[in-house]
Ligand binder design. Sequence first.
Ligand code: GDP
Length: 305
Amino acid sequence: MFTSLSDRLTSTFKNLRSKGRLSEADIDATIREIRRALLDADVAVPVVRDFTASVRERCLSAEVSGALNPAQQVVKVVNDELVSILGGETRTLRFAKQGPTVIMLAGLQGAGKTTLAGKLALDLRTKGHTPLLVAADLQRPNAVTQLGVVAERAGVPVFAPHPGNQGAETDDVVGDPVAVAREGVAAAATREHDVVIIDTAGRLGIDALLMQQAADIRAAVDPDEVLFVIDAMIGQDAVNTAQAFLDGVDFTGVVLSKLDGDARGGAALSVARVTGRPIMFASTGEKLTDFEVFHPDRMASRILD
Ligand code: GDP
């Protein structure tokens, strides 16, 4: 990801290096190239506008124009702004002070929620936690079975709609996802699991009923974190999808999945800024270990490398 954006920015900065002091015209030419590179990477238009305005303002200030090495200063300004639109500080999970920490996953079908549930569970288990996965996706054929498979690979138990019927055949899965989520959290408390991860249903597109269901689950279990999982490959659609989930369910953090693909990066650069919610994790493959905490500063350095 970001290969093209990274190449474009790097060559823009290379052109600057041969110059001594930078004139306003030099800076404007640079800003134009940055704007084009961001738009081509599918970054949302308002985000590009804010980004370039801020970079321009800082570049025209004494900080850059009076510097001994203006090109390096421009790179620093762009780096700082990238870190800022990616959310600034690294944000890790908030754990409940009492009782199990409840983490709810939301997002479109195919975004990578079920896979993420397994990744998060494995990561937490490795760190000494005792997570329980809850299968509250009763919409998609096979979803409960799929979560069962993921849970087994992660070495954690799963709470499925029929107690004692884990890995149930699809046809057997009936019931109310809100009740399953609520019962799953209650089961975690009695079985002394310190974290509950609730997988919820998604559709291929924004769907009012399903959004309402996710909002109802949220209201029923009062999660400590609601993680919105988004496929980094969806490009310009990322902003609308994220906004719809923000309005419909609200979330505390974002997980970018499929960062291993050849996405142009626009989703990553737009979603945190547009929603005001931090990107917390990155999913980088189909294996359960393909998972990392998202560090805005490291991502910015990777882009400008
Ligand atoms: P859900 O519908 O949101 O639960 O999505 P799934 O977890 O079922 O994932 C949908 C598909 O994307 C599956 O084939 C996963 O193996 C795949 N997938 C999930 N996360 C990643 C990732 O980070 N990288 C890649 N390459 N594939 C992923």
